[in-house]
Design a protein around this ligand. Structure first.
Ligand SMILES: [Zn+2]
Length: 423
């Protein structure tokens, strides 16, 4: 096996005959160690391992920039959620959060991570509740998860005040402890405070932590279809004043969709100026919002298409996997992208391509990942997908054929289908 040339190039993996989104024709991808070192028409090298893409699309692995894995898979053991109200979701979680153990969290979360890898994701920004009910235990669990999966996938732990900060006295101290434990990102939930003033103080406190520990910020903002929920504009102004442009992400921002056009445009311009990335997570918004509406029922999703057209960095995430908030979820970013296309009317060719970016490049930009992409010099984190084009990948919803992370084949999927009778 191999020729003199091949030994001199020392490739560990070659993917043959892949299609790429940005180039026409078929290409070979060469990997050495954890890096993509060649993309050529034909790499004359047998390499240590060879995969045949057979004309399928190769694309960077999916990035899931907002997922709660401390509470994932509670869906199998919790009491039924009868109202699906935010309050009942919180309360069901309390019943379990009080007695979480690190081992229990790592076990449930690892099942979701395995599912995510099989579905082509190698980057997970994981939110962990920090509050006076579970203390820092959920965060300890997610940090243990991060350490367990180190070298295989990239996991970030978000120090997240699920019960808000001012209305849950004691949380501020716990968040400080969370940063010392090794949280990667400062979380926030300003809209859940009782008063607008408290929401602003909440945002200020998160910035204080981020500055002190040199971390980025990712908040869940205005996750409600009440047009009076207005923390996004304050977050944007604060981001600009603190010089945090490009380092802040905001998830949901559903209230923005309920503002009148004049106010919405003011807020969106501030978001753009602040360089805030917006994570819109269609699964949960479609089922959690608009619950007081009769018909028509609002979609609960923020102004994705408008902000995308303005050049705001939009990304899209799974958010919930089989938990008190959401009865479904399989940690599948292809499914997330499909929901986004449907929920936001993004079905034209350039829109489908943009939505694919929401679960790949844009999410990587929000997380400020280094060397992400399918190009020479980038980390060898890419999927050989099940179909030749983005549209067909999203149409067919089949898992990637191969999932490659740090240059290793992390997962393979083979779909067996048999039609036993034809006319
Ligand atoms: Zn969430």
């Amino acid at each position: 096996m191999g020729t003199k040339t091949s030994r001199s190039r020392g490739l560990d993996l070659v993917v043959r005959r892949a299609r790429l989104a940005a180039k026409s024709g078929l290409w070979d991808i060469g990997v050495r160690g954890a890096t993509i070192t060649a993309i050529e028409r034909r790499i004359p090298d047998d390499a240590r391992q060879v995969i045949e893409a057979e004309g399928r699309l190769a694309a960077p692995t999916y990035v899931n920039g907002h997922v709660h894995l401390d509470k994932c898979n509670l869906g199998d053991v919790m009491r039924p959620n009868k109202t699906n109200s935010f309050q009942e979701c919180l309360e069901i979680t309390w019943e379990h959060k009080r007695t979480y153990t690190v081992e229990d969290i790592v076990e449930r979360a690892s099942r979701a991570i395995e599912e995510g890898i099989l579905n082509g994701t190698t980057v997970f920004r994981v939110f962990a509740d920090v509050d006076t009910i579970g203390g820092v235990r959920p965060l300890e669990g997610i940090i243990a998860l991060r350490e367990k999966w180190k070298g295989i996938v990239h996991i970030e732990a978000v120090n997240f005040p699920q019960e808000a900060i001012i209305r849950d006295p004691g949380t501020a101290k716990l968040m400080e402890q969370g940063m010392k434990l090794g949280a990667d990102v400062v979380g926030g939930l300003p809209w859940h405070e009782h008063l607008d003033e408290d929401a602003r103080t909440h945002v200020d406190m998160c910035f204080d932590l981020a500055k002190k520990y040199g971390k980025d910020i990712h908040m869940l903002v205005d996750d409600i279809d009440n047009p009076n929920s207005r923390s996004l504009e304050y977050l944007a102004v604060k981001t600009i004043r603190e010089g945090f442009q490009g380092r802040v992400s905001a998830s949901h921002c559903g209230a923005l969709a309920s503002y009148d056009e004049v106010h919405a445009h003011k807020v969106m311009a501030l978001v753009k100026q602040a360089g805030i990335s917006i994570s819109s997570n269609p699964h949960i918004s479609l089922v959690a919002q608009g619950r007081y509406d009769q018909e028509p029922i609002r979609r609960g999703i923020t102004r994705v298409k408008q902000m995308w057209r303005m050049g705001v960095n939009i990304f899209s995430s799974q958010d919930d996997v089989n938990d008190p908030y959401y009865p479904f979820g399989r940690n599948d970013q292809q499914e997330v992208a499909s929901f986004m296309c449907h929920g936001c009317h993004m079905t034209y060719p350039e829109e489908i391509q943009a939505v694919f970016g929401f679960v790949t490049e844009n999410a990587a930009k929000a997380l400020r990942l280094k060397n992400y992409g399918l190009a020479v010099g980038c980390r060898a984190d890419f999927n050989v997908l099940a179909a030749p084009t983005i549209r067909h990948v999203l149409r067919l919803q089949q898992p990637p054929r191969y999932v490659i992370g740090s240059g290793k084949i992390l997962a393979e999927n083979e779909l067996r289908r048999a039609l036993n009778r034809r006319p």
